[in-house]
Each structure stands twice: as structure tokens, then as C-alpha cells.
Design a protein around this ligand. Structure first.
Ligand code: ADP
Length: 259
């Protein structure tokens, strides 16, 4: 009997063209395991956001297949963007309530769930605050609480921490890993940062110039939980160099790393 678990998500030779003729993706193939953390790294315009939109069901592949082998159907998804996309006219708690409201829940029945989600991201004290009263890091925490309040099986993150200062970003990296370890969802995490991709991921997928496809895949060799010891280790530095080289090869072409 086959003992290898079916992946949560599988993309096979996916191609996608925008209505204006732009070929955004061609032969894009990768899998994401249940509970796996996958980083997607690549230059601007290589199709990272388009790939997330396909996974989210906002676009359809023109060619190839996108399948959910583990469940047989698309699971509950969470989405976090670089801009926190909070509704400015209402409180943090009501922002986090939105996905539950869309599921038909009443606020009274959802209050404990909302409180739990806010507590998990360290925002209990800001439940009644408005988005404009929050720092950038707090806004991102609220966005993560909103994405996780429905307990998704897969969290899609599009450069979520790119606009944050370094210390806030490192803290959010650690908190995201802790929440993922506890709740067990899979993550597809788009980033421009080699360092961030290596720190977070089980695997880093490297994309090259458009049309988007996977040019390289690096499995990150590090135990979990990860923390300062990993960040300061020679192994982390070496794996960042390896990913950096793979990115240069993808962008500039074979042999670029010797230049
Ligand atoms: P990335 O996220 O890696 O920066 P995108 O997925 O946003 O890349 O874009 C991939 C390609 O598709 C780019 O060439 C971009 O110009 C094009 N593109 C993105 N969105 C649209 C759109 N709505 N209409 C037409 N072309 C688009």
C-alpha cells in the first residue's frame, strides 16, 4: 500500500493568460503538502501573485490542472496581502468577524472565536481599536487573525511583511511559525527576501522571468521550532547562499553564479 500522503495542493503544467494577452504562467508545476510551509521566491512580474490567485480560485488555468488530492475539493483558505486591507470604518474585532459573517454567523455566536483569534496574534488589547490607531505590525496581526478565524487548511500570503521594519518582521516570522505549528495549516508564502524564505520554509520554490514556472526547488534542512539559534547558524547562512544562487540562475540564466 502507498504510504506517501497525498498532497494538499497539486499544480501540473499550469498555464494562464490574462485577457490582454499577457502570458503570466506557463508549465507551472508544484505540490504543497498538508501542514507544509512553502516559500515562493522570484523577481517582480514572474507570476507569484497570479499563482496565488489561481490557488484561491480567483483565476482559472487555461492549460494544465490544479487539484486538491488530499481532500478532493478546495479546502477553506485564508489570504493575507502586503496591505492589511482592513475596513477602516470599523473595529479590529469587527474586521476579524467579516469572514464569519460571510459564512452566516451572528456576532453573538462568533464572539469567542474572534477573541481566540485575536489572542493568538497578541491583539486582545486592541479588539475595540480602529485600524488607523494601529502600527503596521499590529495591522498585519489583525489581518492574520482575520485570515485564520475560519481555521483554514491553507494560508496564502502575498509578501505580507515586506512593508514592515526589520524587527517587527522577524517577530512576525516567529509568531507565524508558532501559530502554524499549533494549528497545522499549510502555507504558500510569496516573498522577495531570500533570508525570510529560508527561515520560514520547508521548501523554497524559485521562479524566473515571466512566463512563470518553477526554475529551482531547495529543501530547507533545519529542525523546528526555529529561532535565534537557526538564524545565527552557519547552516542558515549556507542555505541562504544556495537559494540566492538558485535565484540568480533563474533570473540571469545558467552559469550566473560564477560571475
Ligand atoms: P508577481 O506577483 O511575481 O510580481 P504577477 O503575478 O503580478 O507577478 O504578474 C505576472 C505577469 O502577469 C506580469 O507580466 C504582469 O504584468 C501580468 N499581469 C498581472 N496582472 C495582470 C492583469 N490583471 N492583466 C494583465 N496582465 C497582468
Amino acid at each position: 500500500m502507498d504510504t506517501i500522503a497525498a498532497p494538499l495542493l497539486s499544480l501540473l503544467r499550469v498555464g494562464m493568460r490574462y485577457p490582454n494577452g499577457n502570458l503570466a504562467l506557463q508549465n507551472l508545476s508544484f505540490e504543497v503538502g498538508t501542514r507544509e510551509f512553502v516559500s515562493v521566491l522570484g523577481p517582480s512580474g514572474c507570476g507569484k501573485s497570479t499563482a496565488l490567485r489561481l490557488i484561491a480560485g480567483l483565476e482559472r488555468p487555461a492549460t494544465g490542472t490544479l487539484a486538491w488530492p488530499a481532500q478532493g475539493h478546495a479546502p477553506e483558505l485564508g489570504f493575507v496581502f502586503q496591505e492589511s486591507t482592513l475596513m477602516p470604518w470599523t473595529t479590529v474585532a469587527h474586521n476579524v468577524f467579516l469572514p464569519l459573517r460571510l459564512q452566516g454567523r451572528t456576532l453573538a455566536s462568533a464572539n469567542a472565536t474572534i477573541a481566540g483569534a485575536l489572542e493568538r496574534v497578541g491583539l486582545s488589547h486592541a479588539a475595540q481599536a480602529y485600524p488607523h490607531e494601529l502600527s503596521g505590525g499590529m495591522k498585519m496581526r489583525a489581518s492574520i487573525a482575520r485570515a485564520l478565524v475560519t481555521r483554514p487548511r491553507l494560508l496564502l500570503m502575498d509578501e505580507p511583511f515586506a512593508a514592515l521594519d526589520e524587527m517587527t518582521r522577524l517577530k512576525l516570522n516567529d509568531d507565524l511559525l508558532a501559530i502554524q505549528a499549533e494549528q497545522g495549516f499549510a502555507v504558500v508564502f510569496v516573498t522577495h527576501s531570500v533570508y525570510e524564505s529560508v527561515y520560514l520554509a520547508d521548501r523554497v520554490l524559485v521562479m524566473g522571468p515571466p512566463p512563470g514556472r518553477i526554475h529551482g526547488e531547495i529543501r530547507i534542512d533545519a529542525a523546528r521550532p526555529r529561532g535565534e539559534a537557526f538564524r545565527n547558524s552557519a547552516s542558515y547562512g549556507e542555505q541562504c547562499v544556495a537559494v540566492s544562487r538558485a535565484l540568480r540562475r533563474a533570473v540571469v540564466g545558467v552559469g550566473a553564479e560564477s560571475a
